[in-house]
Design a protein around this ligand. Structure first.
Ligand code: PMP
Length: 360
């Protein structure tokens, strides 16, 4: 069939069985004689897709009953603005932890609505580490604490979640949602663009603890109010119907391989393979971040010159591995190994990396 080994940083690989089901059902979903692309968002068939998708999420992430799950448009970037619009007034303060370009974007949006306390930043260290609990200067009167769990561009990831006491913790999980287990009860709100780990671009998953909904500010546009969407179960207006369906198929695939524990095990193996190639390369491949902060999702590395990096990307592509060029703002190489990237693709890439080193 000639499919490539897809290491794109996002939108990124979707498991083949999910794509094949979508292909099979594209013209005739469930014997209805129409596609999910052509279906009313108010039909009982879409209701069932939505309910199934929420059920899978609830089971996989063990989401307690006092949380709501909604699907929104506008990308994770809309959440940068929607979060402070809903929960931060001019005279109030929110804590933000700055661990990368996406955190910084969230911070600049929050500043339009209220005061922002940068609880800690790794910017001076070129975003190469995740701060320790001791480094966080949290404000006990903050409306919420915001952090980015995986820093897609810089290749760092949180491997713990800070204890924020009674201050709600809000996490941008756009690049590591459902890649590993975590205790959701520590988190008041999660948002994640689907396009890296659970589906296609065009839909953002928001999981929000219901007590947060009571704190939504008055006077904000209806369409940007979280309560509008939780009250109407994601169908206040037309949601991205097909994208929700693709999340549904992606989650069914995660369930089929054994759920989140199995997904985590595979992701752990994948990152171990790549980091061991880097660490065993005698400095040929140089990881760019502190070892304790390494991301399981995006391994960022440098070679001895930009020319050699360009050769790496070109040779990799000729061998069927695409999407390995680092983000345009930082250069280098980035190996994105999200949920949809099979273990075998990573094993083959590791072989390629070893061969490339020998050759150069
Ligand atoms: N947060 C993180 C961690 C991301 O990686 C991205 C996209 N790469 C975004 C937010 C922005 O997402 P979107 O393009 O869906 O607005």
């Amino acid at each position: 069939m000639g499919r490539v080994h897809n290491f794109n940083p996002g939108p990124s690989a979707i498991p083949l069985p999910a794509l094949q089901t979508a292909q099979k059902e594209l013209l005739d979903y469930n014997g209805l004689g129409l596609s999910v692309l052509e279906m009313s968002h108010r039909s009982k068939d879409f209701d069932a897709i939505l309910a199934e998708t929420k059920k899978s999420l609830t089971n996989l992430l063990q989401i307690p009953e006092n949380y709501s799950i909604i699907f929104l448009g506008g990308g994770a970037s809309l959440q940068f603005a929607m979060l402070p619009m809903n929960f931060l007034a001019q005279d109030q303060c929110a804590d933000y932890i700055n661990t990368g370009a996406w955190s910084a974007k969230a911070i600049s949006e929050a500043k339009l609505f209220g005061k922002v306390n940068i609880a800690v930043t790794s910017e001076e260290a070129k975003y190469t580490f995740i701060p320790s609990p001791e480094q966080l200067k949290l404000d006990p009167s903050a409306q919420y604490v915001h952090l980015t769990s995986n820093n897609t561009i810089f290749g760092t990831q949180w491997h713990y979640y800070p204890d924020t006491g009674s201050v709600p913790l809000v996490v941008d999980m756009s690049s590591d949602i459902l890649s590993r287990s975590f205790d959701i009860k520590k988190i008041a709100m999660i948002y994640a663009g689907a396009q890296k780990n659970i589906g296609p671009a065009g839909v953002t998953l928001v999981i929000i603890r219901n007590d947060m909904l009571e704190k939504v500010k008055a006077g904000i546009p209806k369409i940007l109010n979280y309560k509008t969407h939780t009250d109407k179960d994601s169908t206040y207006n037309t949601p991205p119907v097909f994208n929700v369906y693709m999340i549904h198929l992606f989650l069914k695939w995660i369930e089929s391989i054994g759920g989140l524990a199995a997904m985590e095990k595979i992701n752990r193996e994948k990152k171990d393979i790549i980091y061991s190639v880097i660490d065993g390369s005698d400095g040929f491949y140089k990881g760019t971040v502190r070892e304790d902060s390494r991301s399981w999702m995006n391994a960022t590395l440098r070679l001895s010159s930009e020319e050699l990096e360009a050769t790496f990307v070109t040779d990799a592509k000729a061998n069927g591995f695409i999407g390995l060029k680092g983000h345009r703002s930082v250069g280098g190489i980035r190996v994105s190994m999200y949920n949809g990237v099979p273990l075998e693709a990573v094993e083959k890439l590791a072989e390629f990396m070893k061969e490339f080193r020998k050759k150069h």
